[in-house]
Design a binder for this molecule. Sequence first.
Ligand SMILES: Cc1ncc(COP(=O)(O)O)c(C=O)c1O
Length: 380
Amino acid sequence: MKSIIENANWSIPSFIENKNYKFDKEKILTSLPEKFIDEAIQSISKWESYVPTPLRKLNKLNRELGFKEIYYKDEDKRFDLKSFKALGGAFAVNKIANEKGNVTFATATAGNHGRSVAWGAQRLGLKCKIFISEFVSESRAKAMKDLNADVIRVKGNYDASLQECIKQSEQNNWEIVQDVSWEGYKEIPKLIMAGYTIMIKEIIDQIKDNSFTHVFLQAGVGGMAAAMIAGFAKFSNSIPKFIIVEPQNANCVFESIANNKATTVNIVNETIMGGMSCGDVSTVAWEILKNATNYSLTITDDEISTVVAMLAEIKLSEEKIIAGECAVPGIIALIGLYKKKEYLSKLDLNSNSKILLFGCEGLTDTAMYEKLLKDGLKKI
Ligand SMILES: Cc1ncc(COP(=O)(O)O)c(C=O)c1O
């Protein structure tokens, strides 16, 4: 384990401190209103299969790194959908169906969000159209078809699938349930983000205090990260440092923080962290992230398989953890920071640090998981 931490490529290609940091609880809870959060939590906690997901401790990893504690929220156990995304899309579908009745839902997705929308629609016996790019795997497409969704593959990347979804939805009067917001489309993304915040309510109930010092948040369009920050604003009386982690090839939050304005990134090479391969930060998320982010950094794909295998082989905790490719960025970033002492001290990461990581997904793509595990086992 020591040699893996010493020798593998845990590099952090870019790292930035947010010069505009100013945590303003009221402003955050205006962007994501408390009434949305309350309604989401009341609704989701009554769903018949609802149970909080486990908050695990990565004690073996921490023995190497020497912080106070490292916690890992394990979303592999989120319903049968195995990712936190199950909370957002399905909640929005429920609420819209309650208000509008028999509608057809539509969305564009890298996989997990679409599965949530399809699941929500299926539970209500409603139709659902899912647009996916050429990069979404067949196994993810099948998972959505199995939930009775019509899956439409679009040539090009995620953005192309979103444009096609918007076009066809306007022509056919379908109800778009999208996890990214843009000017004029904010209400539904807020509902989706409100659904995600139940993770923070669960964590604070599980840990019985709220004294985290550092929280690592992986970002695609930034919805999850901003929702977690809003969750802290609502449920916690101590505010940790928030560190955004993105793929080097899709670093729209990083560029936006660097430029102090929402900035589009042209994705040239796709990362294998498909759920995080987004070129634009969500408008609602940006309203929160622009001031509440402390640091933003990027990672490469190099050690994803290493961490997937280490979690599966009980090298980082006392129990086996099944983690998909988007679950491991926090661990990669933490080891990367540990290896770069000037970053460690900049972030005040030391033996008093109580760290929270999000294992955003588990076995959401079996073929990808098996490949990562096979590759990783050769390295550990
Ligand atoms: C497993 C997983 N993690 C993280 C993300 C990123 O979330 P967001 O796009 O809200 O930033 C996604 C997005 O699909 C995801 O599926």
